[in-house]
Ligand binder design. Structure first.
Ligand code: AMP
Ligand code: MG
Length: 410
């Protein structure tokens, strides 16, 4: 059996980033992955700005003779270029406006008294007070977003703040997905005896879409060798990864394994984890005439176990980082938290358990009572996975490693 760490290392060492890039409008770039660093062509803010409504002054003008009354020599709204500040005067200034040359502090208007064309300063500001210096946020020439960054809303805002109208991104990872199992039925169709609904189609498609993949969903492929081989061949042409679900358990009467072996290569892994365990990793050949010169001549293949919780957890732990690496991201490990277990878990096993748990109001973790790999309810009730090492029982009060779904679902 492989450890979870060994399986992940092997997967990630195979996952070379896709090569195609494109330039797209910043407004459309949410969730895309940068293929080049974004370098700022300017300082942000581009000038010294006031961060208050008030008066721009020279602090030395207040200290010379104790005089705190200054004539107001100019008015500076945001978006207007000021004149240099005359000695012994104040400038009326507003938030976001350019600080006039010569002024070294802003006094907020609540700390002043205006009368006619004069203002009395009721406060002794330190030099620099309420001034946001030119370049305080960003220096011209600095890398504000490195290649490999996935663009969040705030990253788009940062790129826009330096005037980037377009961004260089990698093309989306193209993932084909299909499902095997003669028992599978789509919601909306009557459930015959012995049948179950194809819940994994909804979960896995949702997971892929959340990761920003371009998904082709082939639905349920009949459990026949020919049909499976045909789907694999077709999917291999235009995708980076083929993901399947079901039929990777040992001794399973299933056609995914022989079909992938006939169309490419396959390793069947037994991973020392619970839920999960079986996982198939390999590749499907691409027809030579259709493979473009720069691209690989094969498409990756990952086969997930069919049990709903197993496929969910193996996706989060293995497919997610693999797909993010394909998409061009460097940092793909979810950040885990150290939290207190407010429960006991006796069932120590030689496998690495991933327990569905949620954070309670006291900041500790509660465990979903039924940890069976068929009980999908646990994945909705929980808000993350406890990563419990092999052979380890958990006692109340112990600190455990918790990986929140918020880290795993994006
Ligand atoms: P398998 O990995 O094919 O041996 O399937 C293990 C269990 O997961 C069986 O109980 C299957 O019925 C169930 N299963 C397989 N595929 C799906 C699916 N797409 N949706 C829901 N359950 C599934
Ligand atoms: Mg099956």
């Amino acid at each position: 059996m492989l450890s979870t760490a060994e399986a992940l290392t092997t997967l990630l060492s195979a996952a070379t980033p896709i090569t195609g890039t494109e330039s797209i409008p910043t407004l459309d770039a949410l969730n895309r992955v940068l293929s080049a660093d974004v370098v700022s062509p300017l300082d942000v803010p581009p000038m010294n700005t006031s961060s208050m409504d008030g008066y721009a002054i020279r602090t030395e003008d207040l200290t010379t003779d104790g005089n705190r009354r200054l004539p107001v020599s100019q008015r500076i709204p945001a978006g207007h270029a000021p004149e240099p500040l005359e000695r012994g005067t104040a400038a009326r200034i507003f938030t976001g406006a350019t600080v006039p040359p010569g002024a070294d502090a802003i006094v907020m208007q609540e700390q002043t008294e205006a009368a006619g064309n004069e203002v009395t300063i009721l406060h002794s500001p330190a030099s620099g007070e309420w001034i946001t210096g030119q370049g305080a946020d960003i220096r011209s020439g600095s890398i504000i977003l490195p290649a490999g960054t996935r663009l969040t809303p705030q990253a788009l805002g940062l790129a826009a703040s330096v005037g980037c109208a377009e961004l260089q991104v990698r093309r989306r990872a193209k993932v084909a997905v299909f499902f095997t199992g003669d028992e599978l039925t789509m919601p909306g169709e009557p459930l015959k005896p012995g049948a179950i609904y194809n819940s994994n189609r909804f979960t896995l498609r949702g997971l892929l879409e959340k990761l920003g993949c371009d998904v082709t969903d082939y639905g349920i492929v009949p459990d026949k060798l020919d049909a499976t081989r045909t789907t694999l061949r077709e999917a291999a042409q235009a995708h980076d990864l083929i993901l399947t679900c079901g039929g990777v358990s040992v001794g399973e009467e299933d056609h995914v394994k022989p079909a992938v072996e006939a169309e490419g290569r396959l390793s069947m892994w037994q991973i020392a984890m619970k839920p999960g365990k079986p996982l198939a990793f390999g590749a499907v050949r691409r027809a030579a005439q259709q493979a473009d010169a720069a691209a690989s001549d094969e498409t990756f293949f990952i086969g997930l176990p069919g049990n709903p919780v197993s496929s969910f957890v193996t996706f989060l732990l293995f497919v997610r980082p693999f797909v993010l690496r394909l998409a061009g991201m460097q940092t793909v490990a979810p950040r885990a938290l150290s939290l207190r277990a407010d429960f006991t878990q006796n069932k120590a096993d030689r496998r690495n358990e991933f327990l569905r748990a949620r954070v309670n109001a006291a900041g500790g973790l509660d465990l979903f009572p039924n940890q069976s790999s068929a009980v999908l309810t646990s994945t909705v009730w929980g808000d993350g996975l406890i990563d419990n090492p092999p052979n380890h029982a958990i006692s109340v009060g112990e600190t455990v490693r918790f990986i929140p779904f918020s880290e795993l679902l994006n």
